[in-house]
Design a protein around this ligand. Structure first.
Ligand SMILES: [Zn+2]
Length: 153
């Protein structure tokens, strides 16, 4: 989705117009009768812009959900609790083993899709509310209390 530069309405298909040699990105309605260079479809979600400076290593993973900071440790602990080799988990989720390794090492952030698959398979929660953190916090207290075990080793 992108907002039309002329009327401001969000549009799934962007019409790129040439208006006096200036590119304008508009909706279908505003493009009517104008010179259209090309169209772009937003059926595939655009990658969120990386924030250059962020005090906290968080990334918005959904509209109002953020990945918890210790997502990798949470995945690994839950998986080990279930005595599930990472290879088997990878097969279960139809994902690459090395990707899961990187996620557990917190080197790669899982996609929304993978996050949901991991949450379901391991019965864990990897996201929290971006706006109302207090609500997610109550579910997380016992989790974060044991994180020191991992970091300390
Ligand atoms: Zn428009």
């Amino acid at each position: 989705m992108e907002d039309c530069e002329l009327c401001g309405r969000p549009t799934e298909t962007v019409y790129v117009l040439n208006i006096e040699n200036v590119e304008m990105r508009t909706c279908a309605k505003c493009a009517k009768g104008k010179k259209v260079i090309r169209t772009e479809s937003y059926a595939e979600p655009k990658k969120a812009k990386m924030q250059a400076t962020s005090a906290r290593p968080r990334q918005v993973s959904d509209d109002d959900k953020v990945l918890i900071e210790d997502y990798g440790f949470t995945v690994r602990r839950a998986r080990e609790k279930m005595h599930l080799p990472i290879k088997v988990l990878a097969e279960m989720l139809n994902e690459k083993e090395h990707l899961l390794v990187r996620v557990e090492e917190q080197k790669t952030k899982p996609t929304i899709e993978l996050t949901k698959k991991l949450e379901k398979a391991l019965r864990i929660k990897l996201t929290e509310d971006a706006v109302e953190e207090s609500r997610a916090y109550t579910n997380k207290v016992s989790e974060s209390a044991t994180i020191g075990d991992f970091v300390g080793e």
